[in-house]
Design a protein around this ligand. Structure first.
Ligand code: NAD
Ligand code: LMR
Length: 334
């Protein structure tokens, strides 16, 4: 006869049998992200892949007594990457190089575009039904790269491709709470657009703090847009945000799994294949989305904007369009 605790553990294993794969699991984001996924009871099968170190990280995490089995994979073993991906439900991609001071995210394109392209090819072949969560920068271009690869393989499902922009939202919650002296856990700021500098648009006018002074608002918006640079500068050549990003990635992954499970009203912002500005040639845009059993259930409209936010949106669209085209052209040139 099973004890009550054992029965509960058993039933949660059976009810949430999600397989999750992290590509780039040995890196600055990959390691803490994998730890947080190991602690997530919705995950029962955790596969970690990296060019180096994933097996060590997996063995380390495998001693934590949670529901999941964790296994490391390497390119040195036959079919390492395809075995890491085979029939998985979700693929998180933090593989790629991070910024150093003085670089833009777009400067990473030269290296990361190829890395993300090749991983997307592998995901298309071994996990055609998986949700793909792209973390590698520049997200505004790497997400279109993954979309083009999946299209070329005939397995593109726009409801299951996500650029992870959660870090912008959590920064917005934190930074607004610092200037308004409020509880950061209770702050919700819709951040729309993309994931780089001026393409990041926090909609302060839609919060309860819309009446803050113009100077304070300007400073806040700038800090949210360039929060990544703040970390890059402080790390002084040793990379970019890893721990806050791992938290953001795990939060978003949990939201996608909650949607899969059929939980209601799971809403998170994400950079997705979006109808919002398609008529203007912008195929991807970040806005809040409702997550459901099949991935994206609803892409929410951006709501009412202040005149300042309207201006920011116009500038964002110009840059975003170019970033998206760059990703699409890269795949076309392959
Ligand atoms: P990192 O260098 O610490 O780790 C990257 C890992 O990727 C390394 O372990 C490396 O071996 C691995 N890797 C490289 N090529 C690979 C391949 N082909 N297959 C498997 N693994 C591969 O870098 P990091 O700090 O973890 O950052 C990773 C990426 O995430 C960067 O591009 C960074 O700009 C981006 N990032 C995005 C956000 C966001 O909000 N979306 C936030 C922070 C960082
Ligand atoms: C971030 O926002 O912290 C990431 O995109 C990493 C970076 O390069 O700023």
């Amino acid at each position: 006869m099973l004890s009550r605790v054992a029965r509960r553990a058993f039933s949660s294993t059976v009810a949430n049998p999600y397989k999750v794969t992290v590509l780039g699991a040995g890196g600055g984001i990959g390691q803490p992200l994998s730890l947080l996924l190991k602690l997530n009871h919705k995950v029962t099968d955790l596969r970690l892949y990296d060019l180096k170190g994933a097996k060590g990280v997996a063995t380390d995490l495998s001693h934590i007594p949670t529901n999941s089995v964790v296994k490391g994979f390497s390119p040195e073993e036959p079919d390492g990457l395809s075995n890491a991906l085979k029939d998985t439900d979700m693929v998180l991609i933090p593989a790629g190089v991070p910024r150093k001071p003085g670089m833009t995210r777009d400067d990473l394109f030269a290296i990361n575009a190829s890395i993300v392209h090749d991983l997307a090819v592998a995901a298309a072949e071994s996990a055609p039904n998986a949700a793909i969560l792209v973390i590698s920068n520049p997200v505004n271009s790497t997400v279109p790269i993954v979309a083009q690869v999946l299209k070329s393989k005939g397995v593109y499902n726009p409801k299951k491709l996500f650029g992870v922009t959660t870090l912008d939202s959590i920064r917005a919650s934190r930074f607004i709470s610092e200037v308004e002296h409020t509880d950061p856990t209770q702050e919700r700021v819709n951040v729309i657009g993309g994931h780089s500098g001026i393409t990041i648009i926090p909609l302060i006018s839609q919060t309860t703090h819309k009446l803050m002074s113009d100077d304070k608002k300007q400073e806040l918006i700038h800090r949210i847009q360039f929060g990544g640079d703040e970390v890059v500068k402080a790390k002084n050549g040793a990379g970019s945000a890893t721990l806050s990003m791992a938290h953001a990635g795990a939060k978003f992954a949990n939201a996608v799994l909650s949607g899969f499970k059929g939980e209601r009203d799971v809403i998170e912002p994400s950079f997705v294949d979006s109808p919002l500005f398609k008529s203007e040639g912008i195929d991807f845009f970040a806005s809040p989305v409702t997550l459901g059993p099949d991935g994206i259930e609803k892409i929410h409209p951006i709501g009412e904007l202040s005149s300042q936010e309207e201006e920011m949106l116009e500038k964002c669209k110009e840059t975003l369009k170019k970033n998206i085209e760059k990703g699409v052209s890269f795949v076309a040139s392959k």
